[in-house]
Design a protein around this ligand. Structure first.
Ligand code: CO8
Length: 266
């Protein structure tokens, strides 16, 4: 007893080129307190400093019942409007750090991904989930609205009509429905299969040029939601940047010479 309180709410595990960021507040279904959000941002900042030593990150929730059941409702209870804005900004900062991370980040959802939990998952590059998962934006049931990207990223993921239905009702959907809607990229029978599947994806991505994957992510993130002309300009700029890399010279040369590429990550 007592040890749960002193355990850091976020820890990072490493397995070769794959890092796993574990949100570890199972007694509160991994709810995002300001401490958790700050620790998440710090974890991604530290991993980003390792450059191409980290080829992908899995984000998981501890305890087997929840990915993240939302913002910590207790820490929202007494906030002023200004403090509310500040907490939403902190959430958006975490999303920005994940989107700026130069390698893929996979939200591995096994259980509840609600409110800020779904918003955190949507800030990742893709969502993988077990059949035991449930997704929703229940904020209006609390008199709140999504504050950490839900009104922005949910319509982009599932379309405006379904996003409005989910946000106005606060309804929960299961993993199969979320997959059919395009919110979940891949669905697994259990946690073990989920983690193995996510690792396999990162390993597959890691065969490719780190520079190119990072450029593709940059363009995809920055272009999302912008007008076609702006998105096209961003793609042209990213495509041009690929020509600045050794990896591009190597990848093209290897194809022409009919051999496997040896990417350096530069
Ligand atoms: N915050 C704080 N504590 C929570 C949260 C939460 N979001 N969710 C669960 N808990 C706690 C419960 O209080 C309970 O604690 P205790 O044992 O001390 O009473 C423990 O976790 C277990 O939860 P339950 O007993 O409720 O478990 P059930 O299996 O009965 O229900 C549910 C599971 C359905 C997930 C239920 O816990 C629930 O509805 N949780 C709240 C879900 C929710 O409304 N999330 C949205 C929160 S608002 C939000 O996310 C706004 C995002 C924008 C903020 C911007 C800054 C980040």
């Amino acid at each position: 007893p007592g040890t749960d309180e002193v355990r850091p709410p976020v820890r990072v595990e490493r397995d070769g080129v794959v890092a796993t960021v574990v949100i570890d507040r199972p007694k509160a279904l991994n709810a995002l307190s300001p401490d958790v959000l700050r620790a998440l941002a710090a974890a991604f900042d530290e991993l980003a400093a390792e450059g191409d030593a980290v080829r992908g990150v899995l984000v998981v929730g501890e305890g087997g019942r929840a990915f993240v059941a939302g913002a910590d409702i207790r820490s929202l209870a007494t906030l002023t409007p200004e403090e509310g804005a500040e907490s939403a900004r902190l959430g958006h900062r975490v999303a920005a750090v994940i989107e700026a991370f130069p390698a893929p980040v996979i939200a591995c959802v096994d259980g509840f991904a609600l409110g800020g939990g779904l918003e955190l998952a949507m800030a990742c590059d893709m969502i993988y989930a077990t059949d035991a998962s449930a997704f929703g934006q229940p904020e209006v049931r609390l008199g709140l609205i999504p504050g950490f990207g839900g009104t922005v990223r949910l319509p982009r993921a599932v379309g405006l009509s379904f996003a409005k239905e989910l946000i106005y009702t606060g309804r929960r959907i299961d993993a199969a429905t979320a997959e059919a809607a395009g919110l979940v990229a891949r669905r697994f029978p259990d946690r073990e299969a989920l983690l193995a599947g996510a690792r396999a994806t990162i390993d597959e991505v890691a065969q490719n040029a780190w520079t190119a994957v990072a450029l593709a992510k940059r363009v995809l993130v920055e272009a999302s939601g912008t007008p076609t002309a702006t998105a096209s300009d961003l793609e042209v700029a990213g495509f041009a940047d690929a020509f600045r890399t050794d990896d591009m010279r190597e990848g093209v040369a290897a194809f022409i010479e009919k051999r496997e590429p040896r990417f350096s990550g530069r």
